[in-house]
Design a protein around this ligand. Structure first.
Ligand code: FES
Length: 109
């Protein structure tokens, strides 16, 4: 496994990558047919990360996203974490992208 790190703003003596994580995806050496992506972070970042991964040819079945949201009951009762037809607390929080693609990135869902 290789770990690539980037920061939003660099301060001395940082000499590594600077900028959004999606800039690293094009440089990352991987075989799109044998790779699996595990994505977590802010929803907007995950949205653009998935787009970049798909540009590299990674199938939606090979992309997993972690949809953390505020939860209250954590047992599928209150509806606080409802996301489309799913409940993050009981159906996730990790989803295969192929399963949730239709409502991923939609606002107010
Ligand atoms: S936290 Fe209550 S339904 Fe998920």
């Amino acid at each position: 496994m290789e770990v690539h790190v980037t920061v939003d703003r660099a301060i001395h003596p940082w000499r590594g990558n600077v900028g959004v994580v999606t800039r690293l995806i094009g440089k990352a050496p991987f075989d799109h047919l044998n790779a699996t992506a595990m994505v977590c972070g802010p929803e907007v970042m995950m949205h653009f990360t998935v787009l970049e991964l798909q540009k590299r040819g990674l199938p939606a079945e090979h992309i997993f996203i972690s949809m953390e949201r505020n939860m209250k009951c954590a047992i599928g009762f209150c509806g606080h974490c409802q996301w489309g037809p799913r409940f993050i607390c009981k159906d996730g929080p990790v989803f295969r992208f192929a399963e949730i693609a239709p409502f991923f990135g939609q606002r107010e869902i």
